[in-house]
Design a protein. Sequence first.
Lengths: 145, 145
Amino acid sequence: MVLPVTSDQTVIMVRQYRHGNEKICLELPGGLVDPEDESAEISARRELIEETGWRPQRMVPIGIVYPQPAVLSNRCHFFLARDVAPVGKMALDAGEDILWTEVPLADIRAKIRKGEIDNAMTVLAFSYYWMQNPAAGMPGKDISR
Amino acid sequence: MVLPVTSDQTVIMVRQYRHGNEKICLELPGGLVDPEDESAEISARRELIEETGWRPQRMVPIGIVYPQPAVLSNRCHFFLARDVAPVGKMALDAGEDILWTEVPLADIRAKIRKGEIDNAMTVLAFSYYWMQNPAAGMPGKDISR
């Protein structure tokens, strides 16, 4: 899962219909690590470009979780994609119907509080970012610049 | 899922073996909402007492997420359980092997950063708490007292 931020602190998010909860969800881009991917970072960079058409200057790992350790062994890797810039075209997989949208980073917490962002892994990506970004009032190494 | 905090800012957590990732995980207590439960809060209070033997003075709803909206419609409700006190006995379901443990709230972020806490829903519960607790440097209504 990727948290793509532009140099002016705008987040590139995606809207897509989710069959599980039958809603159009405001989420961060992401996807699966393919068996041939050398690292989760490579997969994250690919999914970002495919789903949004934006490319990062630098990827920063910000956290890893077990989404459902009671029954599954898979892990979710979170990356901050810094200084993303548009490359102009998306490359969606068959069956994907995704629109990207710009959301000011400063508006994210209000959207989470209001329930406009309620996908667990998306909220977690922002949480790991805030936990490591002293500018957001959380302790840790500054990875925001 | 419940974030139980004592009056001296200690979190009551649980350790249990998780078959999915084959690890003993440090987590928050929680469980399923039974069909006959009148609310998620009732379920949360029951699971807290059953899994830890601690009882809250007050339950505060702090967030709701869709854990996996791509394929599932279920939601996860997070509650802050304030001023918890021991009632002395746990009442585990058959097959549950759970030990409770005390962790200072001030140590949680370091444990998340080090990966000692890496269950997605557990990290999310703390994140929703911090997002609503100005003392942690995050904006929002103060629910810590």
